[in-house]
Design a protein around this ligand. Sequence first.
Ligand code: M6R
Length: 369
Amino acid sequence: EKGGHDYFMLKEIAEQPQAVADTLLGRLTEAGDIVLDEVRLTDQDLRDVDKVFIVACGTSYHAGMVAKYAIEHWTRLPCEVELASEFRYRDPVLDRSTLIIAISQSGETMDTLMAIRHAKEQKARVLAICNANGSTIPRESDAVLYTHAGPEIAVASTKAFLTQLAACYLVGLHLAHVRGIKYADEVAAVVAQLQAMPGKVEQVLETMEPVRELARQIADSRSVLFIGRHVGFPVALEGALKLKELAYMHAEGFAAGELKHGPIALIDKGTPVVCVVPSPAGRGVMHDKVVSNIQEVRARGARTIVIAEEGDVAVEPYADHLIRVPRTPTVLAPLVTVVPLQVLACEIAAARGNDVDQPRNLAKSVTVE
Ligand code: M6R
């Protein structure tokens, strides 16, 4: 049942290219339109939206953080991302022109469900991105876009996360499409690039052997830090969450620019720091800043584990370990950069003798608030 893999988690990591392809299937037309048939909000409803809130927990929240960058950039709509467990307690300003996007693999997470119930009481429209057909969150939403990851058994979410990213991109592109867009050329290009992503995820999976070796080398570390900028920031948070859940190690993700405001004090001789480097193409300034951050942590003794695009030579002098990912437009990069972090966490947990699929103290769906 694990398809020849030692753990469900490894099986599900391996299924990611297919899961992403299945989630995109039939939803992107050659003409560059996006077909979202399960979305029962009319185009007019979507044109009336003046603000987007994304609510979710855990890994799904990290997908939401990535979605914020895509949605704001493509649609110019203000978009906030909020932990579902915090949302209703601060009395958010909502009305019928607010679009809530609730992201949940299980569709049963109580915190997320309570957030959408609160939003509906204030007349906001709710669109669910969900992996479990007919579960409670999609049933209570105005519209649903299902991710087609198939059943996810391992407690640590992997393939569901990649499909949530794919679904979020589709929603962003759809919103941009119906609302009339500022970046029409760019959006059309993204549609084509999105279709190439399953192949790129496959390419990453083919090069994971050095990551397994690295996992064995750092399995006894006291703490592992993760840094990233822009969409690399939620990827850093996700890498740290995977490591906490599976390896029971102290792990923290930071926005790379925040390091100098405090966290850099944590760095000691040999502290592993995983650095998610943005593409040098497009937003070169951001890339150069992250390269400086890598230099800074290394100068303080960090052991740098660098995730960078093929052909990015600028990182080479500062990388103790270099993990290459295929060239990808910035906003789509999380689909490839998160994969080595999933493998790293899984292999560190295995090296420490932990139960990879059923980590202690955790449940697959959290149905209490
Ligand atoms: O089913 P959901 O997507 O609503 O679950 C949300 C979180 O509980 C979930 O992502 C959790 O953080 C995972 N164990 C992460 O690997």
